[in-house]
Structures are given as structure tokens and as C-alpha cells.
Design a protein around this ligand. Structure first.
Ligand code: FES
Length: 169
């Protein structure tokens, strides 16, 4: 949950971005895209600002944001986890892998962990079907990602994080 200070900052940043647009309803999608490009996602305060700016009901903005999967309602994590649910990956247990990620990270698809380390989502075929089931980790496809491999991937991130922590001291 954003603090009051963060909310004010989001509102100000959004106003700055919106000042480059004219107040036409047709600008709804381009303004949302630009705000997301700069903020990394579309927080509630940003959507309210867009609604006010274009003089349209807030529910219309929310409807568009939730309709198109290009828009994110949560901040991106430091690492992105994308589980492929294309046909080949689905046949090889993509949904079981997705469940494993959900359980291990304690989030659902489209969400970000509270420490903002990971965000989780699904993708359609990423073109590496021979490696199914595939999970794309930080834009790199990893093959044969069964639930046990999920633990291995998370462990390597954990080690990396500890190493970073030691270096900072
Ligand atoms: S279906 Fe997953 S890579 Fe093709």
C-alpha cells in the first residue's frame, strides 16, 4: 500500500505526463500507456488523475485498464517470472508449474511480492516448445521448469541476494 507521500508523488508525476496530451477521450489509451511507461504500472492515483484530466468516469478508466493485458495494476518486481501457457507447455504441465510459482511466491498471476522482488504472470508460446514447460525468468527462457526447478531458481536468486547484501557491508 502506497504511503501518502508516495501517493502525492504519483499524482504529481501523472499530472506532468498528462500535460503533454490534449483532453480528448480518444487519448485514454495513449495516456495510460505513457503513464505506465514512466511509472512502471498504473496505480489507483494515476488512474484517478487520468479520469479527471479526460473528464470521464473513473470506472471507464478502470474498465480499460483491466480489459487490456498490456496494463499492469501492480508495480513491477525486480525479477519478472512469466510462465508459458502455450499449447506445448500446457500439455507438459504449465499450470502445475504456475501453481508452484504462486505457492512459493505467495502471489497470484498479475501480482508482485510485497518485497517487490518478483512479479508473476503468464505468457503465450515464446517459441521454445522443445523445452516445455517453459518459464521466462527476467526475459530468459528456462526449460523443463517443473515445480522442483522452481525451488532451484528461487534458491539461486536468494544466494545472489545474500551475496549482494555481504558486498554492501
Ligand atoms: S508453448 Fe511454451 S514455448 Fe511454446
Amino acid at each position: 500500500m502506497a504511503t501518502t507521500k508516495e501517493k502525492t508523488k504519483i499524482t504529481e508525476q501523472t499530472r506532468r505526463i498528462l500535460s503533454r496530451f490534449s483532453r480528448k477521450r480518444g487519448n485514454l489509451i495513449p495516456t495510460l500507456q505513457k503513464v505506465q511507461e514512466e511509472l512502471g504500472y498504473l496505480p489507483r492515483e494515476a488512474m484517478l488523475e487520468v479520469a479527471r484530466f479526460l473528464d470521464i468516469p473513473e470506472i471507464d478508466v478502470y474498465g480499460v485498464v483491466t480489459f487490456y493485458n498490456q496494463f499492469r495494476l501492480n508495480p513491477p518486481g525486480k525479477h519478472s517470472i512469466r510462465v508459458c501457457l502455450g499449447t506445448a507447455c500446457h500439455m507438459k504441465g504449465g499450470y502445475i508449474t504456475l501453481d508452484a510459482w504462486k505457492r512459493r511466491l505467495s502471489i497470484d498471476r498479475g501480482q508482485t511480492t510485497t518485497d517487490r522482488e518478483f512479479d508473476l504472470d503468464t505468457v503465450a508460446c515464446v517459441g521454445c516448445c522443445v523445452m516445455a514447460p517453459v518459464t521466462v525468468v527476467d526475459d530468459k527462457p528456462a526449460g523443463q521448469v517443473e515445480p522442483t526447478k522452481v525451488d532451484g531458481i528461487l534458491l539461486s536468486f536468494e544466494r545472489e541476494r545474500k551475496k549482494r547484501g555481504k558486498k554492501k557491508r
